[in-house]
Write a protein that binds this ligand. Sequence first.
Ligand SMILES: Cc1cc2nc3c(=O)[nH]c(=O)nc-3n(C[C@H](O)[C@H](O)[C@H](O)COP(=O)(O)OP(=O)(O)OC[C@H]3O[C@@H](n4cnc5c(N)ncnc54)[C@H](O)[C@@H]3O)c2cc1C
Length: 263
Amino acid sequence: MTNITVTHAPSGLVPAEVVRSARISPNFVRVTLGGDDLRRFEGKGFDQWFRLALPVDDGAALERLPQRVDTRGYLKYLMLPKATRPVIRNYTVRQFRPEVGELDIDFVVHGTEGVAGPWSASAEPGERVAFIDQGCGWKPVPADSYLLAADETGLPAIAGILRDLPRDAVGHAVIELSDAADAQETDAPVGVTVHWVVRDPRARPGALALATAQSLALVGTPYVFAVGESALATGLRRWAVGERGIPKQNVTFCGYWKLGVAH
Ligand SMILES: Cc1cc2nc3c(=O)[nH]c(=O)nc-3n(C[C@H](O)[C@H](O)[C@H](O)COP(=O)(O)OP(=O)(O)OC[C@H]3O[C@@H](n4cnc5c(N)ncnc54)[C@H](O)[C@@H]3O)c2cc1C
């Protein structure tokens, strides 16, 4: 469930290759992409995200992917032979360095299930991928303060938003992790308090971030941004609009993943 608007960037399908990858903390692998085609990519900051296509065999089918993931593009994708059709998953631009043509993605490594998480754990320089820029979910709506909440999958989005918020912004950012050692340095405005919270291994991911966000004092009419496990995103939106009377247009939410459900 989400209310984010998808933007189809003019860069279309951008082929790229893995330049390097590194385990940056217990549950995160940072994969750096490069390649000449990155010159066509326009970095917009905040939580800019993209559809990442990962080849299932030798990468040959990457070129046959659609330029846009709208209804027509998705049908074109479905018509590719299933055995060689690349797998598509959604990821966030953690950092874009146009001066050197590099783009970082921070992958949560969540075990052996799925495709993208396990792929990142063994990504090698030279491997080919492709991505389609889908713009930012973040909306520049007027607000007195900010309340940002995420689990670890939303760490890249929240870190990007904190980096790009006006320096006089005030509010709170709650980021839930499974391991305190996954916390990262953030460039948050001084008026935005960053709360790193660590869940109990038996707890549902996102539940602690939701409870923590709901316990914080809000200034004026805030802008609320909630991403991560589906129940966190929908739960914070329901609370913000239903219980706190925050206007719907001041709430952005997106279920980044759903417990037990593959994309
Ligand atoms: C706009 C957007 C931006 C995103 N940005 C990022 C990002 O920058 N970094 C990032 O790591 N993720 C990000 N995600 C989340 C990512 O797309 C999902 O976690 C995705 O399901 C991973 O694909 P997969 O192939 O590894 O697993 P899937 O094949 O989708 O799922 C396989 C199984 O793994 C479970 N699963 C999926 N993700 C997780 C997880 N994180 N922890 C535990 N279990 C999980 C599923 O419930 C399912 O049971 C983003 C999602 C969206 C919508």
